[in-house]
Design a protein around this ligand. Structure first.
Ligand SMILES: Cc1cc2nc3c(=O)[nH]c(=O)nc-3n(C[C@H](O)[C@H](O)[C@H](O)COP(=O)(O)OP(=O)(O)OC[C@H]3O[C@@H](n4cnc5c(N)ncnc54)[C@H](O)[C@@H]3O)c2cc1C
Length: 239
């Protein structure tokens, strides 16, 4: 939230990185964890989520890209629609159909993989241009079986148990930070904009009411994001 208040793109990139890293730490093999953590800790590299597709949208646990399996690798082909830190992150988590019928796999794809490209010019996010959340193309990208997170077909379970809770809380934090920042900017503008009689915009009661509304909502969003989760035993308690 603090990152996003100062710089929305920094907040969003950091949040996506955290979610992806959490997934690697929870489901990656020891070798994969070692390799990725060493990249992050020793070389300042970071991670990204390449889950969404134009077709599936928010239902990103239902990927439509192609996955062709060989004994030691998989070949991924298709387009991911919005990838924050596209082309800048060193590792991309990619959801693709599994060899297990109707299930999904979660792959860690390195930036260096042959066939990976990014359509950087399509991202024009107002106020968030530096996060380059643009499409990523996988043109028959070959990925080692060792880069699959967890067992075959466990991608959806990973999405719902690790990705979703951190993703949703992280997004709430980022956009609460953005709202607080906008509220401060609006206040500053209202104080500095002066009329010919030297009265500032902020002295007008209607404007004060609008600014107070913006601030109240931003603070409410921040408080809700910080609210500790309800322990499961309390919401499931039976008499
Ligand atoms: C700034 C930004 C950065 C992003 N970065 C990434 C990234 O790094 N990696 C990544 O994988 N994706 C990323 N995304 C994509 C994002 O995760 C969504 O997949 C994408 O925004 C979905 O857009 P859509 O228009 O297809 O939504 P749609 O799927 O068309 O949904 C439209 C609306 O309907 C609602 N809706 C849909 N289904 C239901 C339902 N069952 N119940 C209730 N409401 C529903 C949705 O919540 C949404 O409000 C990013 C998006 C943005 C805006």
């Amino acid at each position: 939230m603090a990152f996003a208040e100062a710089n929305p793109s920094a907040g969003l990139c950091y949040m996506m990185h955290n979610v992806a890293l959490m997934c690697v730490l929870t489901y990656g093999s020891d070798e994969l964890k070692q390799q990725i953590c060493s990249d992050v800790l020793n070389d300042g590299k970071f991670l990204a989520l390449a889950y969404s597709e134009l077709g599936s949208g928010t239902h990103f646990y239902n990927p439509q890209i192609h996955a062709e399996f060989a004994s030691e690798h998989v070949i991924l082909d298709g387009v991911k629609s919005m990838v924050t830190s596209a082309g800048q992150a060193s590792w991309y988590l990619v959801l693709a159909p599994s060899a297990e019928n109707g299930k999904v796999d979660n792959w860690a794809v390195p930036l260096s993989a042959a066939g990976l490209s990014f359509d950087n010019n399509t991202w024009q996010g107002m106020g968030m241009r530096p996060n380059i959340s643009c499409p990523m193309k996988l043109d028959n990208v070959q990925v080692s079986m060792l880069n699959r997170l967890g067992v075959a077909g466990s991608g959806a379970e990973q999405v719902f148990s690790v990705v979703a809770p951190f993703f949703v809380t992280g997004l709430a934090a980022v956009y609460s930070g953005v709202c607080l920042s906008l509220s401060h900017a609006a206040n500053e503008h209202a104080k500095s904009r002066k009329y010919p009689d030297a009265q500032p915009l902020s002295h007008i009661e209607t404007v004060q009411t609008h600014l107070a509304n913006i601030y109240t909502r931003a603070i409410a969003a921040k408080s809700l994001t910080w609210l500790p989760p309800t322990p499961p035993q309390m919401c499931c308690k039976r008499s």
